[in-house]
Design a binder for this molecule. Structure first.
Ligand SMILES: NC(=O)C1=CN([C@@H]2O[C@H](COP(=O)(O)OP(=O)(O)OC[C@H]3O[C@@H](n4cnc5c(N)ncnc54)[C@H](OP(=O)(O)O)[C@@H]3O)[C@@H](O)[C@H]2O)C=CC1
Ligand SMILES: C[C@H]1O[C@H](OP(=O)(O)OP(=O)(O)OC[C@H]2O[C@@H](n3cnc4c(=O)[nH]c(N)nc43)[C@H](O)[C@@H]2O)[C@@H](O)[C@@H](O)C1=O
Length: 312
């Protein structure tokens, strides 16, 4: 299916890491009719406001990249916010999309939907086969509900709603909050600030042994548009880089990119989270999609963006 360049596409959460990358991608491909609303303009947790917006604007396609998002500490500290806000946003958008005639919707989940001890690499079929990782089970339950909503509307109403499950993402417009962000932006900022201050050491959380798979958000945006145009199935689709690194290796890589010369100290009082979550990407690869950006290049690009846009 090829989407007309003038079709109205609503990108929910367009100022976030993923939404902003999707907007860049769509604009670079020549899409001219993007529908965008900031959080201040439209609070997606308010069902009546979301429904009025869809009734007035009638988008043809919807990319659901608005969510309450954070790293291991935020997920562990604000479980009520993570389950409630995500259930509200996704339920409001999916139900209004269906009732106002949206042609196709893409929902974004996360690799944390899979069981803590899922087989590696994790196939799509591992969903709901075991207990979740406790630090993010509230967020994961909301995301699993999102997948199931898409499936339920497809089964009962033939609504073309699909779900993509990205691995850990990074890139421009990431959240660089010292405690609430994900590991990669947190470390870029901490190493940079330590270098500027001339510190002798930087504290990194946990044991350093967990393995994570990182994907540059521009690759994810490419996959989102690819799936919107090429996939209409019941099952969700994994989107990863296929390459994993330990948190220790990541920290060394960030130190190198930033140019910090001090030592690393591990704070083992902080949680490690899931030991490993490498996705099996064979489904999206068999559809014809491949990632392009290496972690080393992506990190250098993100540090450059951070220097130009975030640090004072
Ligand atoms: N970052 C990652 O590593 C990963 C992300 N994902 C998924 O990708 C999607 C996007 O994540 P990401 O871009 O990282 O998140 P961000 O936090 O960067 O962006 C989320 C966006 O949603 C908006 N938003 C949040 N709450 C509301 C609300 N109540 N009303 C309107 N807008 C709202 C935010 O606006 P504001 O900031 O103004 O509140 C922000 O623009 C999520 O579904 C997430 O689960 C999946 C795997 C990994
Ligand atoms: C994408 C995914 O992201 C979250 O899961 P996570 O992969 O565990 O996320 P994280 O990036 O926060 O941590 C990865 C690892 O890194 C270690 N770590 C070291 N030092 C810092 C540090 O300074 N900050 C953070 N955040 N982690 C650190 C940290 O201890 C952990 O071992 C989900 O909650 C959920 O949101 C989700 O779907």
């Amino acid at each position: 299916m090829s989407i007309d360049k003038s079709d109205k596409i609503y990108v929910a959460g367009h100022r976030g890491l993923v939404g902003s990358a999707v907007v860049r991608k769509l604009q670079s491909l020549g899409f001219t009719n993007l529908l965008l609303r900031t959080h201040a303009e439209l609070d997606l947790t308010v069902q009546s406001a979301v429904d009025a917006f869809f009734a007035a604007e009638k988008p043809r396609y919807v990319i659901l990249s608005a969510a309450k998002v954070g790293g291991i500490h935020a997920n562990n500290t604000y479980p009520a916010d993570f389950i409630t806000i995500n259930l509200q946003i996704q339920t409001n958008i999916i139900t209004s999309s269906f009732s106002h005639g949206v042609k196709k919707l893409l929902f974004l989940g996360s690799s944390c939907i899979y069981p803590k001890f899922a087989p590696q690499p994790i196939p799509e079929s591992a969903l709901l086969t075991g207990p979740l990782e406790p630090t993010n089970e509230w967020y994961a339950v909301a995301k699993i509900a999102g997948i199931k909503m898409c499936q339920a509307y497809r089964l009962q109403h033939k609504f073309d709603a699909i779900s993509a499950m990205p691995t850990n993402l990074y890139g421009p417009n990431d959240n660089f909050h010292p405690e609430n962000s994900h590991v990669l932006p947190a470390l870029l900022r901490r190493f940079h600030e330590a270098k500027v201050r001339g510190d002798e050491r930087v504290v990194v959380w946990g044991s350093g042994t967990p393995l994570r798979e990182f994907l540059h958000v521009d690759d994810l945006a490419d996959a989102v548009v690819f799936l919107l145009e090429n996939y209409s199935g019941l099952e969700h689709v994994n989107v990863g880089s296929g390459k994993e690194v330990s948190i220790k290796e990541l920290a060394e890589l960030v130190r190198e990119v930033v140019g910090f010369e001090g030592e690393l100290v591990w704070d083992k009082s902080k949680p490690d989270g899931t030991p490993r979550k490498l996705m099996d990407n064979s489904k999206i690869e068999s559809l014809g999609w491949q990632p392009k950006i290496s972690l080393k290049d992506g990190l250098a690009d993100t540090y450059k963006w951070y220097l130009e846009n975030v640090q004072q």
